[in-house]
Design a protein around this ligand. Structure first.
Ligand SMILES: *Cc1c(COP(=O)(O)O)cnc(C)c1O
Length: 350
């Protein structure tokens, strides 16, 4: 049975983006596959990226690292961005995961448990995770990688990018021999000064542009499609959906499509009463949503089309770029991709 809403993941496009990001930055890419590969399936995406040459991966949680280790086998290096919080060290060791040490308590716990290969994160201004530059630990046994993270890389004109870069470079000098990793997806596009030894792209592997809008160098990877479940003709004066979100001012042909909140269709896809927004692609046209997103369905205006029962609309994909769909919904690509619950089957091509 074909699911009425599905997420197609083009692994060939993922591979192309991986090579593009390395080529543009001039450094090998260590993929970030946290949040289940930004919703696309960490195991499948990382497995393909291994075939393309990736050998080091980053996830956020220890639990994600345990699953990724099971999927990828013993060979690749897997770093945990959270570090080794709480009582996680036995699980880290059992799955041969490496913590990104972010603070003195983590450093002490890791060393007390026997130490070993790890990374150190320097916080160069984001004030999130990591040691402040002036508090960076003395080099210790096991530090294989030193990293920091950009706060504003999606805005190349932001002077903070250069300040963070220079602060980071200064600290790196204290860890000779460690791999230096600084740039996320957007950082890959900031020029060779920002590339260091390895880049850590996430969103642009999965099709998001580096500046929050489509970029011709990044290929679409994820396509969210939903079937038309019912077609109806709504007479003038009648309304569609909850709260009479749309009222027909002309005879309107409405397609009810199988997608809603659980498929990542945020409520903000719909606008206020009476207004409409061009959101879904079908057979060459962008068609407006009518009224509100319902829990599990949306209504689409197909009056001027030959759309029929069983056709599928594209929420985002090659015809409706991920960043455009996100911006129209008042959000960003990261949130769209990571809002798609497991009921939506991931269909892999390539
Ligand atoms: C999420 C994350 C990345 C990847 O960021 P993108 O903007 O998705 O490329 C890289 N490094 C760290 C520390 C992160 O948390």
């Amino acid at each position: 049975m074909t699911a009425p809403a599905r997420l197609t993941v083009d692994l060939n496009a993922l591979a192309r983006n991986f090579h593009t990001l390395s080529a543009i930055s001039g450094s090998p890419a260590h993929p970030v596959v946290k949040a289940d590969g930004y919703g696309l399936g960490a195991g499948r995406c990382a497995g393909r990226l291994m075939k393309e040459g990736a050998r080091t991966f980053f996830v956020a949680r220890v639990s994600e690292g345990v699953l990724l280790r099971a999927a990828l086998g013993p060979e690749p290096t897997i770093y945990i961005l959270d570090g080794c919080p709480g009582d996680s060290i036995p699980d880290l060791r059992a799955a041969n995961l490496r913590p990104v040490i972010n603070q003195p308590a983590q450093q002490a716990a890791w060393l007390a448990s026997g130490g070993g290969a790890c990374a150190v994160q320097i916080d160069t201004g984001m004030n999130r995770l990591g040691f402040r530059p002036e508090d960076a630990p003395e080099p210790f046994e096991g530090v294989e990688l030193v990293m920091s993270h950009l706060a504003c890389a999606d805005d190349p004109a932001e002077p903070m990018n250069r300040r963070q870069r220079d602060a980071y470079a200064g600290v790196c000098d204290r860890y000779p021999g460690a791999i230096r990793s600084f740039a996320n997806s957007s950082g890959c596009f900031l020029g060779p000064d920002f590339a260091f030894d390895a880049v850590r792209p996430g969103i642009s592997l999965y099709g998001g542009g580096p500046e929050g809008r489509p970029d011709p160098r990044i290929a679409p990877v994820a396509t969210l499609t939903a079937d038309i479940l019912q077609v109806r003709d709504v007479p003038v004066g009648e309304s569609v959906g909850y709260s009479r979100g749309f009222i027909a001012t002309r005879p309107t042909r409405v397609a009810t499509c199988a997608t809603g909140y659980a498929d990542g269709l945020l409520r903000s896809y719909s606008r206020g009463p009476g207004s409409v927004s061009g959101q879904v692609w079908l057979n060459g046209a962008l068609l407006p949503l009518l009224g509100r997103v319902s829990m599990d369905v949306i209504a689409v205006d197909i009056t001027d089309t030959d759309a029929a029962l069983g056709d599928a609309v594209e929420l985002f994909g090659p015809n409706r770029m991920l960043d455009d769909a996100a911006n129209a919904a008042g959000t960003i690509s990261y949130e769209l991709l990571t809002s798609i619950l497991p009921r939506v089957p991931r269909v892999y091509i390539g």
